[in-house]
Design a protein around this ligand. Structure first.
Ligand code: PLP
Length: 470
């Protein structure tokens, strides 16, 4: 077991002392260090020092927790996040302590997993800190007992992180991959997804695998509804939830799925090269009464080398700790794991639901502004069905809508947004039903370090640039 303190580093330790003053200011005790809470938050960018409330001042203080380059407005969190200062300090400090003491870490990091699992609504034996989403997806697909002719039912908007392990299962075991075509835009409902998957289920279907949200249109597939459908058909569910940790305040148990792989370095803003892998490891009949699927922890150095493991449980108590087997693989990194813990602590302190509401609020505002200027038809992301929305927004910025088929022009748009307006966004390409060519819209991520005026700024900049490029 690792014993990692999340005590701030030298830099933060000074902040820690200031926090005593800030706390005094909040409680009205002798406030020697600061005269106002705002001043305290300004000078001590630690989550522990955030002012009370949920107003502009609060979210500006949240923004100050981060070290993002102020000359750039970074709106591509869907690709990678940026750790808060205290996470960086923790990683740096622990790295140095490990180096000074030449410490090894043959560990299942039970303490870090316990803290993270509490935030994600699951148990420590069900949560692995993976290397990233792709690593999690690979471990899931390699660990399932899939055979020749078994079908995986998935979508045409999946990421390489899921597509490649599925291709490996196909080429190695003869598994068949079947894809449903996903709709785009605002004119859709959660039930459409259930109907589309249901129509495609056959007697050979073994797994339903889908991204929620897709990285292409930012559509949050309705996980609970799809999990229910899968349960009714006795199927295993695998969710590519790359964007879920840190964005959505989901309780993983309640989702009712078997597996969910996510990133801890995107919206969760943990250290690079970290992810969250959820593996259902007990039967909680209120969420998913089906038996656990056969699953092997294929990358492990702690799975018993003799004697194997007992059968997977059929009840609410695990029969063994599957997450520990997948976590404990040779010598790990105390520093990175301390950073993951620190990132989860920051999120828990702010409140995962509060973060979800805030980032979805920005996205809703963004979509309204886009619909006002460009028309609702420019959106690839849904807007009006609350079950389908998330903090990723994809839309066609071009005055001539047909330009969205021009990959080079879309690339130029993204490059000019950075060069001429100092705003980082990205584009995404994907098939659209009825179109011979892929569409290449742009995608904007709105996160907890953004303010309302950032949303307005990116809209104005895109409108201006679209005019120049018309
Ligand atoms: C839906 C989806 N799946 C998987 C990935 C791969 O993520 P990671 O870098 O965490 O492996 C991404 C990355 O953007 C993604 O958007």
């Amino acid at each position: 077991m690792s014993k990692l303190s999340s005590r701030p580093s030298n830099v933060s330790r000074r902040g820690f002392l200031r926090f005593a003053g800030a706390g005094a200011a909040v409680t009205g005790l002798s406030a020697t260090a600061f005269s106002t809470v705002a001043e305290a938050a300004e000078q001590t960018p630690l989550a522990a020092n955030l002012p009370p409330g949920n107003d502009d001042a609060y979210w500006r203080a949240v923004e100050r927790l981060f070290t993002l380059d102020k000359r750039v407005l970074f709106m591509n969190v869907g690709t990678v996040g940026s750790p808060p200062r205290e996470v960086l300090d923790t990683v740096d400090r622990v790295h140095r302590e490990v180096a000074a003491g030449a410490q090894s870490a043959y560990s299942d990091f039970a303490d870090v997993r316990a803290l993270a699992a509490a935030g994600y609504g699951c148990d420590p034996d069900e949560l692995v800190v993976s290397h990233n989403t792709s690593d999690g997806m690979s471990k899931i697909l390699a660990g399932l007992n899939l055979r020749e002719g078994d079908e995986i039912l998935t979508t045409n908007h999946e990421h390489t992180g899921g597509n490649v392990p599925m291709a490996l299962a196909r080429d190695r075991h003869g598994v068949v991959i079947k894809r449903i075509e996903l709709p785009v835009g605002n004119d859709q409902h959660a039930e459409d997804y259930v109907a589309a998957f249901e129509r495609a289920i056959t007697s050979r279907t073994k797994v339903m695998l889908f991204s929620a949200p897709t990285y292409k249109t930012g559509t949050m597939l309705p996980i609970q509804l799809l999990a229910k459908l899968a349960q009714e058909h006795g199927l295993t569910t695998v969710v590519d939830g790359a964007h879920i940790p840190g964005m959505m305040a989901y309780n993983f148990h309640e989702l009712g799925v078997d597996f969910l792989a996510g990133s801890a370095a995107k919206w969760q803003c943990g250290p690079g090269g970290t992810g969250m892998l959820y593996i259902r490891n007990k039967v909680l009949s209120q969420y998913n009464p089906n038996p656990l699927p056969e699953f092997w922890p294929v990358v492990s150095s702690s799975y018993p080398s003799e004697g194997g493991v007992p059968p997977r449980t059929g009840g609410s108590k695990e029969s063994y700790n599957i997450a520990a087997y997948l976590q404990s693989v040779g010598n790990g990194s105390l520093a990175i794991m301390a950073g993951v813990r620190s990132a989860c602590e920051v999120w828990d302190r702010i409140g995962r639901k509060r973060i979800q509401d805030y980032v979805l609020g920005h996205s809703a505002y963004l979509k309204e502004l886009l619909a006002e200027r460009w028309g609702v038809g420019s959106l690839y992301s849904p807007k009006d069905d609350p079950r389908l929305v998330c903090a990723l927004t994809s839309f066609n910025p071009f005055r001539n809508p047909a330009d969205v088929l021009d990959h080079a022009k879309s690339d130029q748009f993204v490059a000019r947004m950075k060069d001429e307006y100092g705003i980082v966004i990205r584009n995404v390409d994907f098939p659209v039903i009825g179109s011979a060519k892929a569409h290449v819209p742009v995608r904007i991520s709105t996160h907890l370090f953004h303010q309302r005026e950032d949303v307005e700024r990116v809209v104005d900049a895109m409108w201006d640039l679209a005019g120049k490029m018309a």
